[in-house]
Write a protein that binds this ligand. Sequence first.
Ligand SMILES: O=C(O)CC1=CCC(=O)O1
Length: 268
Amino acid sequence: MPFQRVNGIVIHHRVEENAGGPTLVFANSLGTDFRIWDAVVERLAGTYGIVRYDKRGHGLSEATPAPYAMDTHIDDLKGLIDHLGVADPLLIGLSIGGMIAQGLAHRYPAIAKGLVLMDTAHRIGTTELWDQRIAAIEKGGIGAISEPILERWFTPQFRRPANPDFVGYSNMLLRTPLSGYLGSSAALRDADYTEATAKIDLPVLCVVGDQDGSTPPNLVRSTANLIAGSRFEIVKDAGHLPCIEQPVVTAGLIADFATSVFGPAAGR
Ligand SMILES: O=C(O)CC1=CCC(=O)O1
């Protein structure tokens, strides 16, 4: 079933089975639901088991009142992984999803075989930035600041009203439950994984779009620099969501890294 109660709330998720093969677990960003991975997953399913979910307050998952703590998002994902019995996955987290992956790997070092940290960082924004964003949204709704958000999400080539995908993903942002958006903004404001992430002892790939306005390449590079042995890749012609703008390249990077983590014979 696509709905499961974990950690006290109903979580919407989707599983693509792969008969005992390695599994990829995807966590998405603020103001999005798991459909942002559609074009990536269609290239990886069949080779890997896939788990996607809508984090608390997003998509069809329950929206509890704001504010949220990053640990609550982490407990939700841990609960889902335990419920599904997923062993040794590769965790792939975008933006706040990447912070959830970092925090999960720090609190449960044996939970994953490796991490793909996409357009994310050990610390995203400042207390002031998130407080301002929360105040603006409390006053005028997400629509009041959707334009600058979408400018950070997408390249100018993608960000055209004539592009149906741009219109659709704008709707996804605008339709995010307010408590989910505000709650997760508070979680981002209060989370700093600088020390925790430096202790991660797993294979890690950091990826960023070359035109990411939310977590720019230099910030993501600084996160990669904290993690011994990590890899760093820049995706050309992409903003904050390379899974949407460049799904072929994104799926290729994940597949190459998954092969290096699970071994060449695995995942076939
Ligand atoms: O809204 C943005 O600026 C992008 C973003 C920051 C954290 C996240 O998950 O998305």
